[in-house]
Design a binder for this molecule. Structure first.
Ligand SMILES: C[S@@+](CC[C@H](N)C(=O)[O-])C[C@H]1O[C@@H](n2cnc3c(N)ncnc32)[C@H](O)[C@@H]1O
Length: 271
């Protein structure tokens, strides 16, 4: 199992613009930091590399999956923004978005921020929580990059990240309530859907099993006003064996929706 230690991870900075950040991350976690792009020969099984284009986590050695990168400027996330189908997307339906609805959403398992970005691009404000220091670093660098893009600034203004465990965030005395709480904990490693995505297999090594997600659901149900939405593998068991109010099926995943109150209670603007 991965651990954030110098035996497992080293930091490579190939671009001067990330130098301070790379050094600070390495220093904070007691990791070696190299100003070099020669990360493929690293002696650690994982490297975090700060490149001009993006910040990525890569495995070293033969036959390993490609690097994991959080980015809102390229790849699937960008494609989805441009051609994704707006509020017709399954995640939008799961969260209960209708024209004019503006919800305060808590994405308690932010990961690489892809789902949060879709929701923010649909005009929702999203507070993201991520407890893995490494995943949060990837995500924060992606947010910093996206903030520099004029066309993404409105979306970025609706996304906020806290590097924290959602269990402690939601258990704080006086913790805020959210209209919708969205949970997408790691799928059990054995499911087919996790197998097909190489990138997610590497992610599994880094993040682990999220074995406490049933307790997170309990807490989310106390702290959401309208609904809690849980993303699961299409044929996976419900979290905590708890039966949802309704389910939406996608190609490889499913949304389990626990409704608490009608979303009509949210202010609806003309649009
Ligand atoms: C499957 S990923 C989420 C992917 C995300 N929905 C996306 O679109 O990129 C699950 C993430 O949730 C994080 N996580 C799980 N339980 C958490 C908790 N209690 N608090 C904060 N983060 C948590 C894990 O560290 C992992 O990065």
């Amino acid at each position: 199992m991965f651990s954030l230690s110098p035996d497992y991870l080293s930091v490579y900075v190939t671009s001067p613009r990330w130098l301070d950040r790379g050094l600070a991350f390495a220093h904070h976690h007691g990791l070696q930091c190299y100003q070099s792009d020669d990360w493929k020969t690293a002696s650690t099984p994982y490297v975090l590399f700060y490149d001009e284009g993006a910040v990525s986590l890569a495995q070293t050695g033969k036959g390993v999956p490609g690097p994991i990168t959080a980015s809102f400027l390229q790849g699937k996330v960008r494609h989805r923004l441009l051609y994704g189908g707006g509020k017709g997307q399954l995640i939008a339906k799961a969260v209960g978005l209708k024209p004019g609805i503006q919800a305060h959403i808590l994405d308690a398992t932010a990961g690489l921020g892809r789902d949060a970005f879709v929701l923010a691009s649909l005009n929702q404000s999203v507070m993201m929580l991520e407890r893995s220091a490494l995943v949060a670093e990837l995500l924060e660098c992606a947010l910093l990059d996206a903030e520099q893009q004029r066309e993404l600034q409105d979306i970025m203004a609706r996304m906020t990240l806290q590097r924290v465990d959602a269990m402690s965030w939601l258990s704080e005395p006086g913790a805020a309530m959210y209209d919708v709480i969205y949970l997408d904990p790691m799928y059990p490693e054995s499911t087919k859907s996790a197998q097909v995505k190489k990138e997610m297999r590497a992610f599994h090594h880094v993040v682990g099993q999220d074995a406490d997600s049933a307790r997170l659901l309990d807490l989310a149900l106390e702290k959401a006003r309208y609904r809690v939405v849980v993303k699961r593998p299409r044929k996976g068991a419900c979290l905590d064996s708890r039966k949802p109010t309704l389910q939406l099926m996608g190609k490889s995943s499913r949304y389990d929706i626990y409704t608490l109150a009608s979303m009509d209670g949210l202010k609806v603007r003309d649009s």
